[in-house]
Ligand binder design. Structure first.
Ligand SMILES: *Cc1c(COP(=O)(O)O)cnc(C)c1O
Length: 406
């Protein structure tokens, strides 16, 4: 993505960020809506977070031993997400997903995982899988270097299609270890779950003895203090967190039911480790970020601002007769270049990536850095002011014009 292959043009090399603003190596300045793909809900280089991380760095950046701060972070996560009876820290979301799937397989004694087309769970080998033709076929690798046998442990079904999940669970009865889902999808662009979809996943997976894993790497602490699960009322068996909980440093977590997490070493037989897991600098940044979020409770204001920007984008697309659908949930939004509603990967794929590329490049030229790909989310932070958003709406209005002309 950062190579700009999905939008064309020359990739920009960044040298610094402050609040909602970025500076590149050529002195260019941008209002940032990529926000490192989600972690920076408090903006770049938030003073309190920098101070906390610097203090930890001075005290020794890594010990490879237990620290009190990692326990405090684990307790803060548990307090925010009641389903996290036990939690384990890792350095990346990919690692956390991989470990959650491993423990789900160990707990159930089963091998298959159901995932949704268009959901991304990091570059875990067995989850880099293209959709087969419906729920009855096992996956094929989506990346070179992934053994076909590993991809065949994954069943891919359409997002927002509970009937397809039911069919897959029937077809592979007794073999599915877990159903993994982004409770609000952000990696095919922003796609909200239809009413009842997550509840139905909960019911179906429990009935079949499969674990339900919520990948809240993006949505955790982004849409509410805690995760989407605290808003939708569905309690997953396992949860994966990342991005925001590291405050812009490499940190992620997985956890959930105590009877499942008990299987992780040293208590149980499931191996998982990491030299820098629970790294003190990342933990300090994460803890301070959670502290700020709890004190500020910025979620309602962030949603209002994002909805305001989404409404302005829709209005200017309508005036220019640009075929555009804007999806927004909380502080995330995607401008899809298609007139049709986007509810799953198939409808997201109808969007015109060429038009998005022209839209992106026009915004970039006017100093607004949107995510450099059509099927990604734009993120707001507490550092984006009303004036910033008005400026963005004006730049986007012109960019729609350029997106339409060739
Ligand atoms: C970013 C992301 C991951 C992977 O996290 P990394 O830290 O990039 O490995 C996993 N799941 C979701 C939903 C993500 O958006």
């Amino acid at each position: 993505m950062r190579a700009f292959r999905a939008v064309g043009g020359t990739p920009v090399f960044m040298v610094s960020g402050r609040g909602a603003r970025l500076r590149d190596a050529d002195g260019g300045r941008y209002l940032d809506f990529c926000m490192s793909w989600g972690p920076l809900i408090l903006g770049h280089a938030r003073r309190e977070v920098v101070r906390a991380a610097a203090r930890a760095l001075r005290a020794g950046s890594t010990f490879g031993a237990a620290t009190e701060a990692e326990v405090r972070l684990a307790e803060a996560l548990r307090a925010a997400l009641p389903a996290l009876e036990r939690v384990r820290l890792t350095s990346s979301g990919t690692e956390a997903v991989m470990s959650a799937v491993r423990v789900a397989r160990a707990f159930t004694g089963r091998e298959l995982v159901i995932k949704f087309a268009g959901c991304y769970h990091g570059h875990v080998d067995s989850l880099l899988v293209a959709a087969g033709s419906g729920a009855t076929t096992l996956g094929q690798p989506d990346s070179a270097g992934v053994p076909a046998a590993w991809a065949r442990t994954t069943v891919t079904v359409p997002y927002n299609d509970a009937a397809a999940v039911a069919a897959a669970l029937r077809r592979w009865r007794g073999r599915v270890a877990a159903v993994i889902v982004e409770p609000v999808a952000a990696n095919m662009g922003v796609v909200a779950p239809l009413p009842g979809f997550l509840q139905e996943l909960r019911r179906l997976s429990a009935a079949e003895g499969a674990l339900l894993i919520f990948d809240e790497v993006v949505t955790g602490f982004r849409l509410a203090y805690g995760g989407w699960q605290t808003l939708c009322g569905v309690r997953p068996d396992l949860t994966v967190l990342g991005k925001i909980i590291g405050g812009g440093l490499p940190l992620a977590a997985y956890g959930g039911r105590a009877d499942v997490m008990r299987l992780v070493s040293p208590e149980g037989p499931v191996y998982q480790a990491g030299t820098l897991s629970g790294n003190p600098v990342a933990v300090a940044a994460g803890l301070e970020t959670l502290r700020r979020l709890k004190a500020l409770d910025p979620y309602a204001a962030l949603r209002r601002r994002t909805e305001g920007l989404a409404a302005a984008l829709r209005e200017s697309a309508r005036r220019r007769s640009a075929p555009v659908t804007v999806n927004s949930v909380g502080s995330m939004l995607t401008v899809f270049f298609t007139r049709r509603p986007v509810r799953d990967y198939a409808s997201a794929k109808l969007a015109d990536a060429g038009a998005y590329g022209r839209f992106f490049r026009s915004l970039l030229a006017s100093g607004v850095y949107f995510p450099p790909a059509q099927w990604e989310a734009a993120f707001l932070s507490t550092a984006h002011s009303r004036t910033d958003l008005e400026r963005t709406a004006r730049a986007a209005d012109a960019a729609f014009g350029e997106a339409l002309s060739r």
